[in-house]
Design a protein around this ligand. Structure first.
Ligand SMILES: N[C@@H](CCC(=O)N[C@@H](CS)C(=O)NCC(=O)O)C(=O)O
Length: 210
């Protein structure tokens, strides 16, 4: 038996699907629409108390949530796919630093843009929360744009093959205002276009945006 991935179109499960494909892992997608009833929500909470996707179920039944944890698990389990630099190297430390940076700041900031009402007790403040979140997300993209200019690399951020960080960036760029990205983060924007040429990633893109 292989992995099972609870996911939904255009969500964080995109990156996991891409990694599963690049690893050539055995897996089965479990389409998980947003819960519409209390019973559906309770069923999802049984698996992930946050009620969120992606959720990867290991063949031994272990539940893995949090996109970067899932991605690093796959990188470690399928080393031949070359999805992460070797553990203990400074390149791996660089890789994990920026993966954590994007989850903690950008992904979470994007959630504030999408669900601003969750981040204020005052409904009148909702638009201000969303506006501040957009600025916050953009500020963090600009920080990484400057890092890309400093960081010497080959085709991808950590070498000649795409790594987990590349896959995560590929996914997050779909959720950005792409005109803003092209104007303000030219290096990252070009990197995103390079990633979009990878056939496994093209398959996932088509499935999520067709
Ligand atoms: N911290 C989680 C966040 C996952 C997350 O926010 N998933 C979204 C879809 S992209 C979700 O399921 N949201 C539903 C909700 O929060 O109600 C991760 O990094 O994987």
């Amino acid at each position: 038996m292989g992995y099972r991935l609870f996911g939904r179109r255009q969500t964080g499960s995109m990156a996991i699907e891409a990694a599963l494909r690049l690893c050539d892992a055995q897996w089965e997608p479990i389409d998980t629409p947003r819960p519409r009833t209390e019973a559906e929500l309770a069923a999802l909470h049984q698996i992930n108390p946050r009620g969120q996707v992606p959720i990867l179920i290991h063949p031994d039944g272990t539940i893995i949530t949090e996109g970067p944890a899932i991605l690093l698990h796959l990188a470690d389990s399928f080393p031949a796919a070359g999805l992460a630099p070797a553990p203990g190297t400074s390149l791996r430390a660089w890789h994990d630093r920026w993966l954590a940076f994007f989850q903690a700041n950008v992904y979470e900031g994007m959630l504030r843009e999408l669900f601003p009402d969750r981040y204020t007790a005052d409904p009148a403040c909702t638009p201000a929360v969303a506006t501040a979140a957009t600025a916050y997300v953009r500020r963090h993209f600009l920080i990484f744009e400057a890092e890309l200019a400093r960081h010497s690399r080959r085709a991808f951020t950590c070498g000649d093959t795409p790594c987990v960080l590349d896959i995560y960036l590929w996914m997050l760029c779909f959720w950005m205002d792409t005109a803003w990205l092209a104007d303000n983060c030219p290096a990252l924007s070009a990197h995103w276009q390079r990633l979009r040429m990878i056939s496994d990633l093209q398959l996932v893109e088509k499935a999520h945006f067709r």
